[in-house]
Design a protein around this ligand. Structure first.
Ligand SMILES: [Zn+2]
Length: 708
């Protein structure tokens, strides 16, 4: 077949399957087959760039090329709707429309999605451009980013007009929002306050590859053009759906205010079950010709209005403000409130974000605060009832200047809204937080040591730093009193109330450990102690990049740690790296480079690293494993790993098996092809393998098999 035809055939097929999957929710091929087809097309397009097509399905993966956005005028202005909050205001809107139209009209009621608006233009059935609302007159051209959204068809099907515009909302589904925030939390990046901010922030990213990874969605709700299929907005949306566009599904044609009220009441409850955020209902006069008759005011159309749902809000008295100290030393102010019921949960605390927020509210102890729980993760204070202030008004809340735990003066990094306690090695919550990070699954993966165990070790001075872990002995563990976390002084007990601050703060002068409120007679058993020691021992095989991540260098998350490890190859080169060397590394900018230099200029960190190095942790990259090429040498063979090894860690062997097209499985069965046996392997596994006639190979045999 002719190459050009083949490429076009692949594109057609991929567009069709994308539609079946994302619009019709009825996939007919597997994800693997889809990916295979995509890969084939990508290869062909690379090989034959003369057949480039800006609407090829391959455009959906995005590109690393960053470019600033150009601006484009809207053909039809993109106005926002005026808001109403009561059914009475809706009634007034209907009366106004009625007095102008002087004839019967229908209202199309639909959900108001809480995302960021965009206008798409299709010409000859192909996505031509995507423009943000901007100032209503002109917006940013974000076509490349919108192309990565799977629910936006690049090619239409059916009897579409030659040219038309369709507007809608770009959204980040709740599930994706949660995933993104979890990831950001792990990387110590600021969290998105709600899915709307996340969606608009993502759409404005200059790297469309990152946009593609975030799984945005588009829901379309209004069509414009000179040759629309119908005079009914409702019918136009149904038509758009036939062309493969992802339209708002919950539309209802209403004849009167009662119909509208029923729709509002239904969705006020039911919207909580939707996968995306909504914040109200939109009511549109359905007939396009009637819409034109009604026209526009300066700011918004006269033929449509938004009804906003009441955010769930409650009032509560501010009792105190706590300042929490995080693992990186970041200080977070939290309002402690008189407990109240809100959206079915008891709320006692609400976020105050940062100093600016406290100043903006002119917050005083005893204030009556309005608390809302919208799309946010924890409830937030949205306002203060100034009329309720009386003679009971307490002290003005001010942001602290010194760390509530260790009394070190706080600092503010350039470009950051938050304050930090810089005393990384002497401030208890930071030291403890870093220890918890060090043992976490994605870092050193030391299991058997939970937060409560850390609390016990820390409170009793058994551990004062993560490097102490490697000198732990069974004896020291069993002699350490076991404390419940609730019996330890909580840092959240600190408030801005100065007297209390000094009283408790005094306990911490020059003390790194966190004292317990009560003595404990509970002890760790020998069994548990042995388990902990074994788990610590196993962590010595963790690859270098994860060790770098485990060290808790401020702003160095998993991805950056990986890049640093690959670039510098060992810890000594990383320690010796100058600012210029550091910013040469991909993803490392000024802020990260400075933080790395800071970290290694603290002698205590260098001592910790020496201790860890002597304990046998990996402080250099394993070239064979990290530079290994992908192959199919193992051809799907199932391999069980057992015992301990000298040349590589178990994790590395696992990685090598997968890299070379094998499967790592955990238990021996008749389906096992090989048993990769190290020292001290379990006798039962060996016996079973012998019985089943499974080939037992050494690490040398294995490395030979994969040509190393
Ligand atoms: Zn501190």
């Amino acid at each position: 077949m002719d190459i050009k035809n083949h490429i076009e055939e692949l594109r057609r097929e991929l567009h069709r399957h994308n539609d079946l999957y994302y619009i019709e929710s009825n996939p007919t091929i597997s994800d693997i087959d889809f990916d295979k087809m995509m890969k084939e097309l990508q290869d062909l397009e690379n090989q034959y760039p003369e057949y480039y097509d800006s609407n090829s399905p391959t455009q959906r993966v995005g590109s690393d090329i960053t470019s600033s956005f150009s601006q484009q005028n809207h053909k039809y202005p993109m106005l926002s709707l005026s808001n109403t909050y009561t059914i009475n205001e809706v009634r007034e809107f209907l009366n106004r429309a009625s007095s102008i139209l002087k004839e019967p009209f229908k209202i199309c009621a639909e959900l108001k999605y809480d995302g960021t608006s965009v206008s798409l233009t299709y010409i000859d059935g192909k996505l031509d451009s995507a423009v943000t609302r901007g100032d209503g007159e002109k917006g940013d051209v974000v076509t490349a980013n919108v192309k990565t959204i799977r629910t936006v068809p690049l090619i239409l099907k059916g009897d579409y007009p030659q040219e038309f515009e369709i507007r809608g909302e770009i959204l980040l589904p709740w599930k994706e929002f949660d995933r993104l925030n979890k990831e950001r939390e792990a990387q110590e990046e600021p969290l998105f306050a709600n899915p709307r901010n996340a969606a608009s922030g993502t759409l404005k990213l200059q790297n469309s590859k990152i946009v593609a990874s975030r799984k945005l969605e588009a829901i379309l709700y209004y069509m414009l053009g000179s040759e629309l299929p119908s005079d009914s907005h409702y019918e136009n949306i149904k038509k758009a759906q036939e062309w493969g566009l992802n339209v708002s599904k919950h539309l209802k044609l209403c004849d009167n205010i009662e119909d509208i009220e029923t729709f509002i009441n239904y969705w006020d409850k039911e919207r909580k079950n939707l996968p995306v955020a909504t914040d109200g209902i939109v009511l549109k006069v359905d007939s396009i010709s009637q819409q034109q008759k009604l026209g526009f005011t300066a700011k918004s159309p006269r033929w449509a209005i938004a009804y906003k749902f009441q955010a769930e809000r409650a009032e509560s008295e501010l009792q105190s403000v706590s300042f929490q100290v995080g693992r990186t030393g970041i200080i977070t102010p939290v309002a402690n409130l008189q407990p109240i019921q809100l959206s079915g949960t008891i709320v006692k605390r609400a976020s105050l974000y940062n100093e600016d927020a406290i100043k903006a509210f002119d917050l005083h102890i005893g204030d009556i605060c309005y608390v809302e729980k919208g799309g946010e993760i924890i409830p937030k204070i949205v306002g203060i009832d100034l009329d309720a202030r009386n003679e009971r008004l307490g002290a003005k809340v001010t942001f602290i200047s010194h760390c509530p735990v260790c009394n070190t003066p706080l600092i503010r990094y350039e470009g950051e809204a938050g304050y930090y306690c810089p005393n990384q090695n002497g401030c208890a919550p930071q030291v403890k937080g870093r220890m918890e990070h060090f043992i976490s699954r994605r870092a050193m993966n030391i299991d058997g040591v939970g937060p409560e165990t850390i609390d016990s070790f820390f409170a009793n001075g058994v551990l004062t730093n993560y490097s102490d872990l490697y000198s732990l002995t069974v004896e020291r563990i069993v002699n350490c009193p076991r404390i419940k976390s609730s019996d330890i002084y909580d840092y959240e007990d600190y408030t801005s109330d100065n007297t209390k601050d000094q009283k408790i703060g005094g306990l911490f002068d020059n003390i790194v450990t966190q004292p317990a409120k009560a003595k404990s007679n509970r002890r760790f058993t020998e069994l548990i102690a042995n388990k902990i020691i074994k788990s610590i021992e196993n962590s010595k095989n963790v690859p270098f990049e994860r060790v770098v991540y485990a060290l808790s260098i401020r702003f160095v998350g998993e991805t950056v740690a990986k890049k640093l490890a690959k670039h510098f190859k060992d810890i000594d080169s990383l320690i010796a790296a100058k600012y210029e060397d550091l910013i040469d590394v991909e993803d490392v900018g000024d802020r990260i480079a400075k933080s790395i230099i800071d970290f290694f200029s603290d002698n205590r960190n260098l001592i910790s690293i020496e201790i860890l190095r002597n304990a046998g942790l990996k402080f250099k990259i394993d070239e064979i494993v990290d530079d290994a090429e992908k192959s199919d040498t193992l051809n799907g063979a199932s391999i069980v790993i057992s015992g301990t090894f000298t040349k590589h860690s178990r994790d590395e062997y696992k990685h090598l098996i997968e890299l070379n097209g094998g499967k790592n499985i955990s238990s021996v069965s008749s389906k096992t092809d090989y048993l990769l046996a190290g020292d001290n392997m379990g006798p039962s596994k060996l016996e079973k393998a012998n019985k089943l006639g499974i080939k037992i190979i050494s690490e040398d045999d294995f490395l030979k098999m994969i040509n190393q």
